[in-house]
Design a protein around this ligand. Structure first.
Ligand code: ADP
Ligand code: MG
Length: 703
């Protein structure tokens, strides 16, 4: 190849952005912060605003603080010394005077702006004395007034920038990339022509052209807010690409082999008999769905959604018992140590009588030694721990099922880490079945867009005999009253949680606040047994406090938000959450879920420090209005947006370049509806769509 070596290959959309003129390594690094890695990413970097360059206004018609474009003649220019040295240029278009002021200028610029020169200027005028002036306007020298007025009307894109990347640079990059659109092979149309409706209103190229260079008559508000057909066209394609990626990933996982597990020998009867209660219909149904998955030779990937207190642990226990009865190991991963402890004691209570070994990984080398040995040897049994413990070098001899509790606390990668601890038994390498449990219900489109790789079961029924929790919001000024109520509740045989919260996520400060609150309550409520649990305590001390509370030996448990998830003490029926205005909805709902677990009426007091912000007020009233996790999740979604609801660590699954799951919920539905057909009938386009829209997510590649 002698001669061709000197010509660079033609630019493709996936070429690194450095291939564009004017983009060096420094700029490229900055651009990465804006999510721009490839040439194609430049096109997907959506303008946040547009400047109206469609008209020339007479200076006499200018308004302060309103950007405008004028054609003016320089009358006079001088350097003024004032507080800051500046170049001041007096101009006029015959209708009025306009001042231009530059704080940064060189001799070249000064020479360019000599009297008699015609300029086209764009900027935001501000009042300065009796006239208007523009500070650092965009200036273009033109031949004369007529030439100045001969503009190509334009709505000029303004891009989100980052430090070290100027607006001019981004515009130039966009111009280079838009020019590439003229090439047929640059941004090929990928939506199959047999789709219908809005999806085909225009091609992807037309849509890109329109968002970067909207025609003169465009409704800019719609374009900015994302209701313009061009944005919707691209959003739809992105949602579809994302959906296809999730489905492809799922197919790949299904192609793995997992151990088929049957309801073995004794079945679940002995477990249910030992519970002391009868599983609800919803629990039985979900257990059935899980066991059906586990009996297959491809790995289960199932998400169980169930509101706080719906009884997910029993469901997990049934799955774990089935794994063990089939000769495999089951792992139960909890988000906090406290919860791991609690699951350990619940599972031991249920499974030990059935001669199923249950091990707790504590993170303490000595204590864990025996457990680790048994696990490495592949002894059938159940292992409980936090994700940190699973990430350490835990060797599973025969991992057949992994249960991940409170999924919203984990990221996708942690889920994967556990999955990758592939079980090896005999000579067949297998993948463990996976069961994911969450109390944070998410609306369907959101769930499908974030977890389309999972099957879903919903526990839509609470155990019988629960009375709904009454929730009230009370200002801190009435704290005395609330404390008096604790006394009454305890006198009536109830137990009480007092939860301390802090703004900073500092365990240390939180622990101090809890200690102070515990002392204060003990002082004011003599005769009551007040105890404390927080994240800085030793694991054994935490467990001791929890167990004493569970056994009824403590009346008031003062706690930090460590008790947020999963803690289960049915006799506790009053919860006070201090500074409730500081917490998010989902967290408040989780916390509140610690009460309302027994048959007596429970109360939750949201003690707040006024004045409340608008959002804080909405949060507290959403909580007062409903006990239903789904309703609360919807309110949460409205207040916070999907990225946050799914947890920042899961952004890989929930961030989009153009689409917005709330705004584009209808498009998400439409994408879900056609995804399977596109995969089946247009596999090549499907692959290309996945690459175009998910390559930045990277995590698909490894899954
Ligand atoms: P979740 O994890 O879904 O929030 P848990 O599994 O902690 O809920 O269960 C909450 C409480 O309800 C526990 O005390 C559990 O033993 C109890 N429970 C679970 N299922 C039932 C049922 N069918 N009937 C009565 N109590 C139940
Ligand atoms: Mg739970």
């Amino acid at each position: 190849m002698p001669s061709s070596s000197s010509t660079k290959p033609a630019l493709t959309a996936d070429a690194p952005v450095r291939r564009l003129a004017g983009v060096g390594p420094k700029v490229a690094e900055r651009l990465a912060g804006l999510g721009i890695h490839s040439v194609g990413d430049v096109l997907l970097h959506r303008p946040r605003q547009y400047e109206d360059r469609t008209r020339i206004d007479p200076v006499s018609a200018l308004l302060p603080q309103t950007s405008a474009q004028c054609v003016v003649r320089v009358e006079h220019a001088e350097v003024r010394m004032g507080r800051r040295r500046s170049l001041f240029v007096s101009t006029s278009d015959g209708s009025a005077w306009l001042g231009l002021r530059f704080f940064h200028f060189g001799s070249g610029q000064q020479a360019r702006l000599s009297p008699g020169t015609w300029l086209r200027v764009f900027g935001e005028p501000r009042a300065a004395g009796y006239q208007l002036e523009m500070v650092h306007p965009e200036v273009e020298v033109v031949a004369d007034a007529e030439a100045g007025h001969a503009i190509t009307p334009e709505l000029l894109a303004i891009y989100p920038t980052a430090s070290g990347v100027t607006q001019a640079r981004l515009r130039d990059m966009a111009a280079q990339t838009l020019a590439l659109l003229a090439r047929d092979d640059f941004w090929p149309e990928l939506l199959p022509a047999d789709l219908s409706g809005e999806a085909l209103a225009m091609t992807a190229r037309e849509a890109l052209q329109r968002i970067h260079r909207p025609p003169e008559d465009t409704d800019l508000a719609a374009l900015i807010e994302g209701n313009d057909p061009a944005v919707r066209r691209l959003s739809f394609e992105e949602l579809l690409g994302h959906q296809l990626g999730l489905r492809a990933r799922r197919r790949q996982i299904r192609a793995d082999r997992a151990p088929a597990m049957r309801e073995a020998g004794r079945g679940l009867g002995p477990l249910f008999e030992g519970l002391g209660f009868s599983p609800t219909g919803a629990q039985r149904r979900v257990i059935g769905e899980i066991l059906a998955d586990m009996s297959a030779t491809s790995p289960m990937l199932r998400l169980v959604q169930g509101d706080v207190g719906s009884g997910k642990t029993v469901v997990a226990a049934a799955a774990l018992l089935t794994a063990v009865d089939n000769g495999w190991q089951g792992a139960f991963m909890a988000p906090t140590e406290l919860l791991a402890e609690q699951h350990y004691s619940a599972l031991t209570g249920w499974l030990a009588p059935l001669s199923v070994p249950v091990w707790l990984l504590t993170g303490k080398k000595k204590q864990d030694e025996d457990a680790r040995q048994a696990i490495a040897d592949g002894r059938p049994g159940v292992v409980v721990g936090t994700h940190a413990l699973f990430q350490q070098a835990t060797e599973f001899g025969a991992l057949g099922l992994a249960v991940i509790d409170e999924q919203h606390r984990f990221g996708v990668d942690q889920r994967l880490a556990l999955r990758n601890k592939a079980a090896k038994k005999g000579r067949v390498a297998t993948t463990a079945h996976q069961l994911i449990m969450t109390a944070t219900p998410i609306p369907r489109t959101l769930a499908m867009s974030a977890y389309a790789d999972l099957d879903t079961s919903v526990i839509d029924e609470l155990p019988p005999g629960r009375t709904p929790i009454k929730t009230v919001a009370i200002p801190n000024s009435r704290r005395e009253e609330v404390i008096a109520r604790i006394g009454e509740a305890v006198a009536a045989g109830r137990q009480v949680y007092w939860v301390c919260t802090l703004i900073e996520a500092s365990e240390k400060l939180e622990a101090q606040a809890a200690e102070a609150a515990a002392e204060d309550l003990a002082d004011r409520l003599p005769g009551l047994r007040v105890s404390l649990v927080h994240g800085r305590m030793k694991t054994a001390d935490k467990a001791r406090a929890m167990n004493a509370f569970k056994a009824g030996d403590i009346d008031v448990l003062v706690a930090t938000t460590v008790i947020e998830v999963g803690v289960d003490v049915p006799n506790a029926s009053l919860m006070i959450i201090e500074n409730a205005e500081r917490l998010g909805l989902a967290q408040l709902h989780q916390l509140r879920g610690r009460v309302g677990r027994g048959s007596v009426a429970s109360h939750c007091v949201l003690l707040y420090q006024g004045p409340l912000s608008e959002t804080a007020r909405s949060r507290l009233s959403a909580l007062r209005a409903s006990n239903d996790g789904f309703a609360i999740a919807r309110a949460d979604l409205d207040l916070r947006g999907p990225g946050e609801v799914l947890g920042t660590r899961q952004t890989g699954a929930a961030t989009f370049r153009i689409a917005d799951l709330v705004r584009d919920a209808d498009l998400a539905e439409a994408a879900l509806a056609v995804a399977d057909d596109v995969l089946a009938y247009h596999p090549r386009e499907a692959d290309a769509l996945i690459t175009r829209w998910t390559s930045a997510g990277e995590n698909y590649a490894q899954v």
